[in-house]
Write a protein that binds this ligand. Structure first.
Ligand code: FCA
Length: 337
């Protein structure tokens, strides 16, 4: 087995090299034996529901437009670069990526140029070494700051509905500081809380090391331990998983659901809490459109490959608040149930 690896690698490099030399970026794919365009869709986490939904809608686009979709989970930088080689070897002409590390941006751009892959980013925008967005790469993402503000407003409204004295409340913001879309979501929510009289000193940013529920639970537990005197909590983060971690942490400490208001983003994993017979601290979520992120990106990439129609450089999507009261109806309207 060990002896075969270098050989495979050599073949991949040869194929990619041949493609680059022949300028193969159009609809005909010599190496595949077929004439369908091939599009890669790389995501940072294949276990997160959001990305599963994106892939599902991307599959729908592949069926509707007649291209081959190659889905590859790329949880780290090495996997991203080898996936791009792999795509080139398979004769793909385009790739849509949500990178596990946006700072890989220049390396991804260079690799795509070398192997003649058209490149679009989705969700997490690629940046350079100075953390500036790579504006030349077409991107589709959420209006993160506005959506963060919707989270903040939903929390404020629910605190008022529960007649809470804001001065007694703490906010846990599970934050992934390295990512602009995550920072903007947290900033938007924080701004609305503070504008409504919430003490900024009571907003505790809790660093999220692994972007999953256990990672958020760890982050929340640290903050809850440090502020054991606070009995009422609100929670926000860049997505449902971040907020669910906080909710599970409060449950672990026997803080009643009546004293917790968590509002997520995505409308994915948090929806499981709405299905539980008793309300949990997961109060609501901003439902996004995985259809736009999965289907529309693929459609745009397909048209770029087929007709040379350049995608818009920036597309920003919106969301709507869902709670346990109305999630079924609203998700049905979005084609998600
Ligand atoms: C980021 C988050 C995802 C999803 C997406 C739109 O990639 O990690 O959960 O919210 O943006």
């Amino acid at each position: 087995m060990a002896a075969r690896y270098p050989m495979n690698k050599f073949l991949i490099v040869l194929t990619a090299g041949a493609m680059a030399l022949s300028g193969c970026g159009g609809g005909e794919v010599a190496s595949s034996g077929g004439d369908k365009p091939k599009i890669g869709f790389l995501v940072k986490s294949a276990t997160e529901v959001w990305f599963q939904q994106e892939w599902k809608f991307a599959d729908d686009a592949a069926k509707d437009f007649g291209f081959d979709l190659i889905k590859i989970p790329t949880p780290d930088g090495e996997k991203v670069l080898s996936a791009l080689d792999n795509l080139a070897a398979q004769g793909a002409q385009g790739v849509i990526i949500c990178s596990p590390d946006v700072k890989l941006g220049p390396a991804i751009v260079a690799k795509c140029k070398a192997v003649n892959l058209k490149l679009m980013s989705v969700d997490d925008r690629l940046v350079n070494a100075d953390d500036e967005p790579l504006t030349e790469v077409p991107h589709l993402g959420i209006s993160a700051y506005e959506i963060g503000k919707m989270v903040g407003q939903a929390i404020v409204d629910e605190m008022k509905a529960r007649n809470w004295n804001f001065a007694e409340v703490g906010a846990i913001a599970v934050n992934f500081e390295e990512l602009e879309t995550a920072r903007q979501r947290i900033d938007g929510a924080t701004e609305v809380l503070v504008a409504n009289g919430f003490d900024p000193g009571h907003v505790f940013k809790s660093p999220w090391k692994t972007q999953d529920i256990p990672g958020a639970l760890d982050a929340a537990n640290i903050t809850l331990t440090q502020h054991g005197d606070i009995k009422k909590w609100v929670a926000f983060s860049s997505n449902d998983d971040g907020v669910l971690g906080v909710v599970r942490a409060t449950e672990g400490r026997n803080i009643s659901a009546a004293n917790v208001i968590g509002v997520g983003i995505n409308g994915t994993s948090g929806v499981d809490d709405f299905k539980k017979p008793q309300p949990t601290g997961f109060f609501g979520s901003i439902l996004l459109s995985p259809r736009k992120h999965g289907y529309d990106t693929c459609k745009t990439m397909y048209e770029w490959i087929k007709n040379g129609t350049e995608p818009p450089k920036e597309t920003w999507t919106s969301g709507i608040l869902i709670t346990r009261k109305d999630y079924e109806e609203k998700m049905k309207e979005e084609g998600l149930l």
